[in-house]
Every structure is written in structure tokens, then in C-alpha cells.
Design a binder for this molecule. Sequence first.
Ligand code: ZN
Length: 466
Amino acid sequence: MAWYLDVIRRAEIVDTRTGVKGANVLMSNGYEIWKRMQNILDEKFYGTNHKTMIFPLLIPEKFLMMEKEHFEGFVPEVALVTHAGEKKLEENYALRPTSETIMYHLYSQWIRSYTDLPLKVNQWCNIIRIDTKDTRPLLRDREFHWTEAHTCHETAEEAEEQVKESMWIYSTFFDECCLPYLVLKRPKHDTFPGAEYSVAYDCPLPDGKSLQIGTTHNLAQGFSKVFKIKFQKADGSHDFAYQTCYGLSTRVIAAVIGVHGDDRGLILPPYLAPTQIAIIPIIFKGKEEKVKKTSKEIYEKIKSSGIRVILDDGPKTSGWKFNEYELRGVPLRIEVGPRDVEKGSVIIVRRDTKEKIEVKNEDIIEEIQKLFEAITTELKQRAKTLLEKSVSTIETLEEIEEKFNTKKPGFIRTNWCGNKKCAEYIKENFRANILGTKYGEVEQVFGDCPVCGEKAKHVVYLSRTY
Ligand code: ZN
């Protein structure tokens, strides 16, 4: 954690010195990564006919009370607006802790007929939840940025298809971010309030904990009955809409940093990196002009090909610059020295493997593209290896305890009877959660429930979580 906090501050991802606990500045490097994540997702959202909208930040408190009454929702974490200056408002408003209630209030007015379905809306916005637990930048904030999509369908089957579509959107997105993850169906006791079931994407981190980086919920008709999202079917009868929702937040940035960083700082996939290449002229006395001129030419050539490149010919030492761009996770560094200038070539250094490659100036764009590909492949491979190494299959309670006593326990794959009491035992004794069963895959149980000794019903995954 000390490493993480240090890196996100020095690499200018987040600044926490705002005077508001858990509400931070997303600095330009953090924002640029988030923007590229938005680009990847938007392409998929538009490709699957989602509409983008922005709903209000203020939500009438009474909407949330409807949710609370029915589902025991978010209410304890909700920030309320009760006054304008010193004057008490006639009605209290919540700062959105999530947008189900306001969106579904509108959906009930928009949807009249089966011809209005499906309705698929995505919103990019900020969320306020006054979580009383310790805050950690990007991991657990009181204000954070996210995408939340909310859909309505004619039948249960179509809602189920939508769950799968959301999983395709998120899974391919996580793949493009070079992240490892398990897709797990949460146990009943950990299902989103009001949902029929919840699926989460759990990312292993190198410290042996896991991070939930996204969720999909099949809401069935729970919310549509409360918010009266009713429509006429083709045969003239009426029904309530079947709904799904799914969301992910700036936590994904924390996952990329945590999964791929090293003791020198960030390692970013080239697509996400705010700066993809840093060119550093290596200046020797008497050769300054030639080196600077060539560096500038190379910079212009790379820039004109659409790559995000900077030329750092400032007064700081080359060593300082190397460290700085490594800290920031710039995927490639180009060194231009006097000898390289004479040879008509440059040295390209990979951030991920630290490998140095000599490249002829005329081949530079082609080589950069190849190296971006190679880095992406390498990071995907590292993610795959981390996931494989993170999962241990364990049968007995003693061995589970032993594993949780190690420094990096990761995911434990074991059997479970399905009883909430056994999940509570694991929570109390190991500070770990039963995250659920693999979605879309029935794994054969391989023993009894390690906690109570009863016959097991499911193969589940446990881990300590952020
Ligand atoms: Zn049990």
C-alpha cells in the first residue's frame, strides 16, 4: 500500500490534498488513462446500441426511500442536501449514490409499449457515497467516477442475453487493459439488493488480495415493479420490464497500476498510457546541435504519425529523466546520442522488460508499432500468469488457515455447503469473503464443506478483498 500511495502521487495520477476525505483530484495522468478507458468502452457501448445520457446529480430522497423500503439499499451512505443557505428545503435531495431510482422513475414515463424496448442507457458520471470505512485513493473513495448502464427488456430471456452482452463488453475491455480477472456469480447473501443475481469481476493483485473491478446485475422485475416500468405487449396484455444494470469505476485504474507496476513505478499498456514515448537527447559537449536537431526531427516524425510523444531536452540530467519516465510508466524511451546520430539510428528502451533495441531512423515508426504490440502481449501474459499463480485449490480448513497465514494468499478455490454461517466463519476468522462460483461453468465439487463438514453444493473462490 505504501508503494501504491507513493507511486500514484509521484506519477501525478491522484492528489488527495483536497481537504475532503475520499474526494480527490484525478490529475491529468489519471484522467488521461480514464479517458482512454472510456474510449474503449464507448466503442463497445455504441456498437451494441447503448444510448448515452446524463441524469441529475440530485435525486429526491423519497425515490431512495422507495428503494430502501423494498431492498434495503444504499441509504446509510447517502449524502443529503437539506438546505439552501440557511433555508430548509421543502424536500430533501440525495447526491446520487447510484442512479437506479432516478433513471427508473424516468423509464416508467418513457416506456409504454413493447416497441419502446429494449432500452439501453449508459451514463458516465461521478458518485458520492459517504463510506465510513477508511478511504484509499481510487480503491475506496467517497466520490468516484464510473460508468453505469441500465437496461429494460421485454422478456426474462432478453435480460439474460443482456447480462451476457455486458459480460462480453467488460471482459474484452479488461483484456484490452491487460488485466487478469475471474468472473464470479456472487452468493445469495452478497447479491446486490433488489437483484435476482449479481456477477462480479475480481482482479487478483500481486499482494495476495483481490479487487472487485466491475459488476453486472440481473434485476429481473424487482425494480420495475417498484418503479412501475410497465408496458403493453404485442398481444395487448401488460407486463413489467425485465432489467439489468452494470457498472465499473476508476478502480480499474488502480487495478492496472497494482497489477503491472514495479519498484520503479508504473508500467502502462501503450494504448492507455498518457505519454507513449519519451525522447531524451543524450548531450555531450561539442555535439549538442546535431543531437538536438536529430531529436527534434525524430520527434516530429513520430508525432505526425499520431503517437503520443514528448521530447525532453530540458536541463535535467539524462539519469533523472530516465527515472522520471519509468516512474510514469511511459512504455518506450528513445535515447538519441552523438554516436547514434552518426549511425543514423536510435536506442529504444522498453519500460516493461528494460530491453534496449537499436533501430534505424527510417524504420522507427514501424518498429514502435511492433514494440507496442510486443509490450501489450507481454503485459497480457503477465496478467495471465498472475491469475494462474493466484488460485490455489484447497480442501481442508487447516490448509485454508495456513494459506491465509502466508503473505500472499490470493484466491482459494474450495467447496462450500451454501450456508451463510460458513461464509461468516470465513469472514470472522480469516477476514476473507466467499466471492462466489464461476459464472457460466459448473465446477464439480471435490470434497465436503471445509467449515462445517457437510456435503458441499458449490466450488467457490475466497479471498481477502479491498
Ligand atoms: Zn458449510
